[in-house]
Each structure stands twice: as C-alpha cells, then as structure tokens.
Design a protein around this ligand. Sequence first.
Ligand code: PMP
Length: 454
Amino acid sequence: MTGVLSDDAGHGSGESYFWHPMGHPAETQTKPPLTIASAEDVHITDSSGRRLLDATSGQLSVVTLGYSATEIKKAIAAQLDVLPYHTAFRGYTNQPAEELSRILIEDWFAPEGMARVFFSSGGGDAVETAMRLSRQYWKIQGARDRYKFIALRNGYHGTHFGGASLNSKAAVRRNYEPLLAGVYHIPTPWTYRNPFDEEDPIRLGELCARMLEEEIIFQGADTIAAFVAEPVTSAGGLVVPPSNFWPLVREICTKHGVLLIADEVITAFGRTGYECGSRAWNVKPDLMTVAKAITSGYFPLGATLINRRVAEAFESSRDSVGTIGHGYTYSGHPVGCAAALAASRIARRQRVWENARERGTELLIGLERLHQKHSIIGDVRGKGLMVRIDLVHDRKTKTPLDPATTARIYEVITAEGVMVRASESSIGLSPALIVERSHIEQIVDAIDQGLSRV
Ligand code: PMP
C-alpha cells in the first residue's frame, strides 16, 4: 500500500500514512479526504475529474492570484536554476531576499511606517517572531518585566506555543495546555455575539477598547509587551470590528507604551479591499505579520515587519541583548522570495485590492439578499473578499445550526460546482482576489441552492 487511492468521487480509499493538520487521525482512516488533483485560474479539479469554482483560495485564503500565475511559476523555476537555497543567517544574504525586503518596505507598507523585515516560512512562524522580538525589544529598553501579551477572544494566530496561547479556539488550546504564561484575552467587538449584548457598533468598539485598557491597567502597563490582533479576525470567527476600534486600540497602546502587533497573515496584500488590513482602519502598528498571499501560496513564506521605533532600539543596542537569537533555516529562502517578488508585481500591476473591494461589495449584496430570503441565515458579514455566513436554527435565540445540516448544505453547494469553507455552523468565503463578477454570481447562486434544499 503506498498511500491513498482515489475512488470515483475523488475521495481516497485504503490506508494512508499521512496525518492531516486539524483533523482526527482515526477519522482520516475511515472518512478519506478529497484528493485535489489539479487547478487552473480559480478552479480546482478533484481526482474524479470534478471541477469546482474555488471560493476559498485553497480553503485557507491563500491563493490570492489564482492557480495559473505563470509569472510566479517561472520566477520559481528561474530561481531554482540560479540558487535553490542558501542560509540567510548572520553573514549571508541573497539577492531575492534583499529585493523583496525593499519592496515590502518601500512599495507595500511605507504608509504603516514599517522599516525592517524578518523572514520566516509561514504565518505561525511570523507570529512567533513578532512575539519574541517584542519581548526582546523591552529587554533592550531595560523593561524586563514587560513580557505579557493581550489578544482578542476570537483571534487566531497559528499553532506554535506562542501563537496558540493567543488563540481563542479550544481545539487548538486544550489538548496542548499548559500554554505560554502571561497571555490574556479581551472580548472581540463582534456585534452579533458579545458579552455586553451590545448591537451598536461604535458603542461596542468603545466597550472592547475599554476592556483592553482595563486589562493593561489591571496587569500593570509595565508588564505588557504587546497587544496582538488581526485587523479583521478570520479563523476564530470572522469579525469586522467597528470603525472606531482599531484607532482606539492604537491610542491606548501608545498611551501605555504597549507594542501593537497586527497579525496580517490573511489581510495583507489586498484581502480586505486595502493593501493591508491596518490601512483599512488607518492605523500604524509597531509590528506586522504577513504570509499566505505574499506568494499566493506558491511557496511557503512569511515575514514579520518591524517599524522604526522597534528597529532603532535593536540597531542602536551595542550589547548582546540586541542580538537576535531567533530565526529559521528557511528565513529569506531565495526561491520563496523570488516567488513573492513575482506575486507582488502581479498584485500591484492589477491592483487586486481594488477588485477585492468591488467584488466583495457585490458578494455581500448578493448574500444580504439571501439573508432576507432564508431564515436559516443568522448573520452575514465581511470586508473585501473575506466573508462569512453564520447559520442558525432560530434567529431570535441565535442557536447555531447543527453540523450535520451545515454539512448537507455544503454538499449541495459543492454539487452546484462551488467549493466553500464550511465549519460547524458557518460558511466562509475568501475567493481569489482576481475573481470576476460572474464568479461572484455563481457563488451566490450555489449558496442559494444549498440553503433552499435543506
Ligand atoms: N495568523 C493568522 C491571522 C492566520 O490566519 C494564520 C493561519 N490561518 C496564522 C497566523 C498561522 O499561519 P500558518 O498556518 O502559516 O502557520
């Protein structure tokens, strides 16, 4: 047996040696996963030959430029010929990593005030880097007690011990406890479900920001290294914060000297309809984490961006406390950086964030129509091309729909030719940023069918 064999429905059968992330190993053996065989443009094809419009960018909001970005593929192949790998640890560098750093700072994130780049292999690595560098920043400053982190209850920051400690989801926390000491959480400004039963967005934004300030004061501001949050939360339940929340967060962090880390692993490079999520809220973080869209998923790559305040502390340090004892074998990987350079050229040339904004508006309008039509929809929300539908048994009580019914809806949507991301009681949508209006119509129609047939 050499792994999963495929049946006619594109599902594997037989013994698999592969344990999948975020799944139960026993379930994988009895309920084989779907084998994705190939993809082009914004469509995926499974091993049974079924072709689906991918409304998820590879399920995890990754493939922002679609599956046929020849320019990225060629850049990867060309770089493999020139230099497939060399470390970028102290004393070594390579041309693609240098060039990509310049482009990230000068072309993408100058308005956010970013000054330096630290590369990694993905989002969780980038978050870990941000957490470690922020603790180190305070040690350089002589504020050795500033080691704690505050995060949002609906956040998701990966599964390293640092990122998982910031996370909300029990599934990524409970079986791995104890997690990092000194991490605290505040409520997320989510109008649909929040502990204050507050539906007014501005009032809720104020309340949650006040919770942040109260937590900082309660812990002692001189013990807090950083507040970490996604500009629009994604995997922990998509929450688009009210317009006042991020500006208030920035104000509070500045007032108490706390670093602000924006986890832009999903939101950077156009997803929200802006070049990054921080810009959507007009906020300048101290550190930013990016990944996924940086190469449109064609090569695993992440980066932590560092503003001048933090960079200057490190660069003016003259003793070993300023030495970065952190890094990954694949930090500054020449092939990953070459892929990112090509992805950046495409994204900037096509101004994909503008398409995300326009198509995202169409998508929300279409789904709002379905909200009126189907009482099973409790809430629809999104920003740009990150959108989520929450399904409920009862609109009044907001009781989440049972997973079996959600799964049936998912099956119908798939049968209609559209791949969405279904969780227990929600449907997530994050199509490629290059989708066209006709794709949006197809997505909305398929969901309409799915909801009509339960
Ligand atoms: N931060 C955010 C906001 C994410 O959405 C994710 C992944 N979905 C991560 C961090 C972790 O990234 P990775 O899976 O590449 O480690």
